[in-house]
Design a protein around this ligand. Structure first.
Ligand code: ADP
Ligand code: TRP
Length: 339
């Protein structure tokens, strides 16, 4: 039997994903699931990670359903891959405890997210640089290492912003293997990052599209709200008759990501020639987004409904993920002398 290669990625459950997440994360990760017969792809909802920022139980519940339904509606096939909730696999937390005993505190002190929180406190003149930092944030990299190592992951497709976390997971695996490698060693995971900057979508205010800037276009906005939001995208006031620079406009840059290459080339020509207003680009963008997502939106709405098959899909995924996690934990417990 050929050895399988395991790809795993985690998705925070923090509100309905936007079209930037779709182009930058969802589509590339789903493509990997199709990359060959000896590839096992695992996707999980990092709900315990989200607990650091979401303290409203009803919102957390809704976000978990919304994110799971988004991935399924976008084409994740739960029979060919494994989709599960982190909280459905308690072995992750057992492993996190074990890993914390081989992890230097100094490594956590240097983690970007923790350092950024301290820098913000320093800038605000706070005497306590750890103000507002909970242990969930401090331990985040260890929990993430456990997510990855418990499934004996080889590759982790994520954005570049996650590179330090992946390096930490590899370091922690190395520390464990150094101590216990005679009896058991984790595969050392590697990140798989998107190439180039091309697929970073601008938000409606021109900055990077992000939920934290509130400049995003949620993937499954109902049609009438999508239309209104696209109409609201600011553009410059060049008169219709004048030639225009397509690359300076958010509607065109978004259109470019979703329309066919020849439609994009034709629109570029018309804008550069003059006689075409930004309103026309916005209409074309709305039509294209609506055509791209209408079918998926219908599926999304079925899946988020309370009595859909979503819960069964996640329960089945958790069962399969746990089988794998239990096998890893048995090897780990043997290695450390707790069998
Ligand atoms: P947000 O900034 O909206 O909170 P996240 O940080 O949760 O988004 O990102 C989730 C995934 O989506 C990451 O893999 C990230 O690289 C990708 N992503 C986020 N924003 C964009 C964007 N504007 N363009 C392309 N990819 C993006
Ligand atoms: N930290 C990741 C993010 O913010 C989410 C995540 C948690 C993750 N655990 C993971 C990603 C394990 C890949 C593998 O996007």
């Amino acid at each position: 039997m050929a050895a399988t290669t395991t790809y795993l990625t985690g998705i925070q459950t923090s509100g309905m994903p936007h079209i930037g997440n779709y182009v930058g994360a969802i589509q590339p990760a789903l493509t990997l699931a199709d990359s060959g017969p000896d590839v096992e792809s695992m996707y999980f909802l990092a709900d315990y990670h989200s607990l650091n920022s979401t303290k409203d139980p009803q919102k957390l519940r809704e976000d978990i359903r919304s994110v799971a339904a988004t991935w399924l509606a976008c084409g994740l096939d739960p029979t060919r891959t494994i989709l599960y909730r982190q909280s459905g696999v308690p072995e992750v937390f057992e492993l996190a405890t074990i890993l914390s005993t081989v992890t230097a505190k100094g490594l956590m002190n240097r983690a970007h997210a923790y350092k950024a929180a301290r820098d913000r406190n320093a800038e605000a003149g706070s005497a306590d640089l750890d103000a507002g930092v909970n242990m969930g944030l401090f331990n985040y990299p260890i929990l993430m290492a456990a997510d990855i190592l418990v499934m004996e992951t080889n590759y982790v497709p994520v954005g570049r912003d996650q590179a330090q976390h992946i390096e930490y997971a590899a370091d922690i695996a190395g520390a464990f293997n150094h101590l216990y490698g005679e009896n058991y060693g984790f595969p050392v995971p590697q990140g798989r990052y998107p190439e180039g900057e091309g697929s970073v979508l601008p938000g409606i205010d021109g900055r990077k599209m992000s939920k934290s800037y509130d400049n995003h276009i949620p993937i499954f906005l109902p049609e009438n709200r999508l239309k209104k939001l696209v109409r609201r995208i600011p553009t410059d006031s060049t008169p219709v008759a004048e030639p225009k620079d397509p690359d300076s406009s958010v509607p065109f840059r978004l259109y470019e990501q979703f329309a066919d290459a020849d439609q994009v080339a034709a629109m570029r020509k018309r804008l550069e020639a003059g006689g075409t207003g930004w309103g026309e680009v916005k209409d074309a963008l709305f039509e294209t987004l609506n055509a791209t997502f209408a079918g998926m939106r219908e599926r999304y709405e079925q899946l988020v409904a309370a009595d859909s098959e979503l819960d069964d899909i996640l329960a089945d995924g958790a069962e399969r993920a746990r089988t794998r996690a239990r096998a890893t934990l048995a090897r780990v417990r043997y290695a450390i002398g707790m069998d």
